[in-house]
Write a protein that binds this ligand. Structure first.
Ligand code: NDP
Ligand code: 2IT
Length: 445
């Protein structure tokens, strides 16, 4: 058995039941075999053994009172995975499925993703099994205040800087920030995704979707093509899906699907113009379900289905982990899909990734393709430190340049380490090397 297989087995035994974490570790470790062969010093200093173990993790009680005066108890998490290249950085996810294994997979991914951005950010992630769906604004506020009442002691602008993820958007960041400011009596850049009037950055709301589209554009360019007149299937209907559709529309592609956990809408004419405006208002203002789009515009709705049966040129999964399994991937390939840009974190299973790579699909793995969100969070941190705000154009240009850089770094690393065209290997190796060198330089910690 190779060292890498033995380490993976150890991770499984030491972290029982954490399936998503095992999956993300397996993907990374398998990609790093050629890099480890060329860098015996990393083996000697047990870099891999150290990198799979979070530096620190917190789990805490979050009690809150609903509008009827009933008390509920949720569980809060923050995993501080790696700070070798900067303060811990990564989002907070509020979703009933959240448990330690999900937060650890997300935190582990974040280490390499943040390294790829070229900005000084370590990796971390947090969240809760709280479900914001169907809660009043006041209930969400009380929950966020209680969550921050514990989290505040573990974070800080030079220590750990949380942001949004599933179930955490501008509203939640506002309540969390207010509570932090009150407890600490400090106005600092301790969270990103803030409102524009109180330290937020232009383009941060758009950044993950725009960034994923820019990354996919680079993959298409490498194949000698572009978004023009392409059919794109998008899953999800939240932050990432919304701004993916907006940017794809601007680049001349046609997005034909959106989804949520209840089903998929299919609009063969494209989610554009007045229909796009309705979609944004439905999700951002009314917090409604995507089914209403189908009712309003009289298009197909497939209950309990994901979009992958719909024929497309490009798939942009933007909902959640493991939303593309092997049979979905095969269907996409059989239907002629040429590119996959992962907006969500780990949306494709390991088997699905193999099918895409085998079939020659241009596959943009999450930690590279969706890094635009955290990259722009990094730009928000820079602006907070400078006490200045950049224009929309300036932030967008920087985001675009970062995404092009990530594509090139991943492509070049894949080639250098003997897996030409495999951006999974390229992104993992490129993200890893910087963190590994920093860990070596800073001694055995
Ligand atoms: P939102 O909460 O804004 O939207 C999430 C969307 O995904 C909703 O449409 C939701 O449907 C759907 N969804 C969530 N969980 C499931 C599930 N278990 N099954 C089916 N559908 C589901 O989150 P974001 O758009 O911010 O995040 C989407 C993905 O992108 C996540 O994987 C996140 O980790 C990743 N990401 C987000 C970044 C960001 O900056 N926000 C940055 C990088 C990655 P429903 O309403 O029914 O729950
Ligand atoms: O998965 C992610 O990269 C995010 N949810 C964004 C993290 C951040 O700190 O902006």
């Amino acid at each position: 058995m190779s060292n890498i297989d033995a380490l993976y087995d150890k991770v499984v035994i030491k972290n029982p039941g954490e399936r998503e974490f095992h999956q993300s570790v397996k993907e990374v470790l398998d990609s790093l075999i050629p890099a480890m062969d060329r860098h015996p010093e990393f083996k000697k200093f047990k870099i891999l053994e150290r990198i799979v173990e979070p530096e620190r993790q917190f789990m805490f009680r979050v009690p809150w009172m609903d509008d009827n005066g009933e008390i509920h108890v949720n569980r809060g998490f923050r995993v501080q995975f790696n700070s070798a290249i900067g303060p811990y950085k990564g989002g907070l996810r509020f979703h009933p499925s959240v448990y330690l294994g999900i937060i650890k997979f997300l935190g582990f991914e974040q280490v390499f993703k943040n390294s790829l951005t070229g900005l000084p950010m370590g990796g971390g992630k947090g969240g809760s099994d709280f479900d914001p769906k169907g809660k009043s604004d006041n209930e969400v506020m009380r929950f966020c205040q209680s969550f921050m009442q514990e989290l505040y002691r573990h974070i800080g602008p030079d220590t750990d800087v949380p942001a949004g993820d599933i179930g955490v958007g501008g509203r939640e960041i506002g309540y969390l920030y207010g509570q932090y400011r009150k407890i600490r009596n400090e106005f600092t850049g301790v969270l990103t995704g803030k409102g524009l009037e109180w330290g937020g950055s232009l383009i941060r709301p758009e950044a993950t979707g725009y960034g994923c589209t820019y990354f996919t554009q680079e993959m298409l360019k490498a194949r000698g093509t572009d978004f023009k007149d392409k059919i794109i299937t998008v899953s999800g209907s939240g932050n990432v899906a919304q701004y993916t559709v907006e940017k794809v529309n601007q680049l001349g592609g046609k997005c034909v699907t959106l989804s949520d956990s209840a089903g998929t809408i299919y609009d063969p004419d494209g989610i554009t113009g007045e229909k796009f405006d309705f979609f944004i208002e439905l999700k951002q203002v009314r917090r409604g379900r995507i089914k209403e789009y189908a009712e309003k515009f009289n298009v197909d709705y497939y209950p309990n289905k994901r979009p992958w049966e719909v024929k497309c040129d490009i798939a942009m999964p933007s909902a959640t982990q493991n939303e593309i399994n092997a049979s979905d991937a095969q269907k996409l390939v059989d239907n002629g899909c040429i590119a996959v840009g992962e907006g969500a974190n780990m949306p494709s299973t390991l088997e699905a990734i193999d099918i895409f790579l085998e079939a020659g699909v241009s596959f943009g793995p999450a930690k590279a393709a969706n890094a635009g969100g955290v990259a722009t969070s990094g730009l928000e941190m820079s602006q907070n430190s400078l006490r200045l705000a950049w224009t929309r154009e300036e932030v967008d240009q920087r985001l675009h340049a970062i995404m092009v850089n990530i594509f090139q770094a991943s492509r070049d690393a894949a080639e250098k380490y003997g897996s030409s065209g495999n951006l999974v290997v390229g992104a993992n190796v490129a993200g890893f090397l910087k963190v590994a060198r920093a860990m070596m330089a800073q001694g055995v910690l």
